[in-house]
Design a protein around this ligand. Structure first.
Ligand code: FAD
Length: 537
């Protein structure tokens, strides 16, 4: 134990084996076969060396080089070696590809667990991994659109050997994909996009206009939206053209943003950039929505990782730091705070892994229907909870939680980000409402899922009954969309905890989240068994 009443380093543990809730969730959702692999990944991520890479990647920020020394445009972003090392590790683990390469039962769940663990350590690298992962189903379906897409691009997108070089894709070991939808005119309302796409004689298109947010600009290709003569359409836009010349994509500047600093987000100008149509003209939103569903899944998993990571740091600190003659974790009020935070971590973890099961290759139609409601509802709720949890976890560490050498300040900056990504709070809740109104199968699957715990907790029974009445009414107004989305998420979390968590956890969640919850953490009522909850972690 270091002197000065300071806890020993958090690093050095196994992030998977030290997380019984995640292990239970993996087993419950069909990914237990991946136990050894996840344990190895948890050990690798838990090393001091990996935490150091994460800290360094966020200190040594990417730099834009628009021109070379003789004034030619190059539009290159230089990343620190720590970024490349983290990317190489995650790609070797298959975070961007494993379920597509080996689509066995539980593959999405196993991949979700690996991605969640990654989210406890570093978040900027998760952006290009997610976008590459999410693009695959759409690209597979669009294979005929682009000559060489199937033979040249897909094998490299699915490859595990990270290759950051600016080279024609045929000469690379792997390729990464990004996404460009948002323009200055509108991000939620992408129909306001003005970037234009003109068809050339050879069937390709020339794109002219700007994108206001264009993350991971060094990706080998981006999927972008632009206005063709038939309306808003989805395009495949490579960074280098076949033959190796640079496509006419100018990086204007990098964003100085809230959130991680390791990943570059840019503003770009298309100056007649060459792209290939995916799907039909005018169907751009319908085509790209499949990618958006998978990125939303990752927002849930990523935020669950952030929550778990912050709570684990808080627990570690409280178990080693003494105040007023006792360890912090022995003080009743601190136990209340920690137990309350643990409820969030366990709920987010179970929700994320349950949602991942809906995305399995062998998922029956009822699971696909459930995902239609559960994805936006959980995306809203878990991402929103992250900010409050991380802020409270930082306070558990006292002043140390506010110093940049500690990961908590970085996590705090990251916490609100997933909420704006791929459907901000309001927009995602309006999507929940749309699904509830238009897709009776989704409501049916949700209620069937919730009925698995009927009779176990009368508070949840009443909550679900009210929710069912709300969802059956055609009168849900936009005004209430956040409440409806939040109630769906809370009901799902409560049901998963009652089925898969130690009894004290399920009981405390129902007691505190179904009606009489406090507005801050640490307000669990007397009688809730905080000691038992803490013993589960
Ligand atoms: C760090 C970062 C990286 C990003 N990377 C990318 C990227 O790689 N590619 C990309 O395409 N985009 C990217 N984005 C952009 C992001 O997806 C958009 O910012 C987001 O979709 C919101 O769009 P907007 O900024 O135009 O806000 P707006 O659409 O103007 O929304 C503003 C506010 O109004 C609310 N709102 C909108 N419509 C309604 C309504 N009907 N009812 C009630 N409220 C409403 C929204 O919820 C939001 O709170 C990134 C953003 C950030 C912060």
């Amino acid at each position: 134990m270091p002197e000065g009443n300071q806890p020993p380093p958090f690093e050095g543990g196994n992030l998977y084996l030290d997380d019984p809730a995640l292990q239970r969730a993996v087993a419950a959702e069909g990914g237990d076969w991946a136990h050894d692999r996840l344990a190895a990944w948890g050990a690798r991520l838990g090393r001091a060396e990996t935490f150091a890479l994460a800290a360094r990647a966020n200190r040594m920020v990417p730099e834009l080089r628009t021109h070379d020394r003789v004034g030619e445009r190059i539009d290159e972003v230089d990343y620190d070696t720590s970024w490349h090392e983290l990317m190489a590790l995650a790609m070797r683990e298959g975070e961007h590809c494993a379920p597509w390469v080996e689509p066995r039962a539980g593959a999405q769940v196993a991949r979700a667990a690996a991605y969640l663990l990654h989210g406890e350590v570093e978040n900027g690298t998760q952006c290009p991994l997610t976008m590459t992962y999410a693009a695959v189903p759409l690209l597979r379906r669009s294979a005929s659109a682009l000559p060489g897409l199937y033979e040249t691009w897909l094998p490299r997108i699915l490859a595990r050997q990270y290759d950051p070089r600016t080279q024609p894709v045929v000469d690379k070991a792997s390729a990464l994909i990004g996404m460009g939808m948002t323009e200055r005119q509108g991000g939620s309302d992408v129909r306001a996009n003005v970037t234009s796409a003109a068809r050339s004689a050879d069937g390709s298109y020339r794109l002219t206009g700007q994108k206001w947010f264009f993350s991971a600009p060094m990706s080998d290709a981006h999927l972008v939206l632009a206005q063709a003569s038939g309306g808003l359409s989805c395009f495949f836009l490579p960074r280098l053209l076949p033959g190796g010349t640079r496509n006419a994509v100018r990086i204007e500047r990098l964003k100085d943003k809230l959130g991680n600093r390791s990943n570059a987000s840019s503003e770009v100008e298309f100056d007649g950039a060459t792209a290939w149509l995916l799907g039909e003209e005018g169907r751009g939103v319908a085509v790209i929505i499949e990618m958006v569903q998978h990125t939303r899944l990752d927002c849930v998993i990523g935020s669950a990782g952030l929550i778990r990571g912050a709570v684990a740091q808080a627990l570690h600190h409280a178990r080693h730091r003494r105040a007023f003659g006792r360890l912090l974790c022995e003080q009743p009020l601190m136990q209340n705070v920690l137990a309350d935070l643990l409820l969030e971590a366990e709920a987010a973890t179970l929700c994320a892994l349950r949602l991942a099961r809906c995305f399995e290759a062998d998922a029956p139609p009822s699971e696909v229907a459930l995902s239609r409601l559960a994805t936006p509802a959980l995306k809203y709720w878990v991402c929103k909870r992250a900010s409050g949890v991380v802020a409270e976890a930082a306070e558990v560490l006292g002043g140390n939680g506010y110093i940049e050498e500690c990961p908590l300040p970085r996590m705090y900056r990251e916490a609100p980000l997933n909420s704006i990504w791929e459907g901000s709070g309001n927009v995602i809740c309006l999507d929940v409402l749309r699904a509830a109104r238009r897709e009776p199968a989704a409501v049916e699957s949700l209620l069937a899922e919730l009925s698995l715990v009927r009779g176990i907790d009368s508070r949840l029974d009443r909550f679900v009954s009210t929710l069912a009445t709300t969802l059956s009414g055609r009168t849900m107004s936009e005004h209430e969309a956040r409440r409806v989305a939040g109630d769906i998420a809370i009901a799902l979390a409560a049901s998963l905890l009652l089925r898969g968590a130690p009894a004290a956890v399920g009981e405390a969640f129902c007691a505190s989240r179904l009606g009489e919850g406090g507005t801050t953490f640490g307000t669990l009522r007397l009688g809730i068994d905080c000691a038992s909850i803490l013993a589960t972690a």
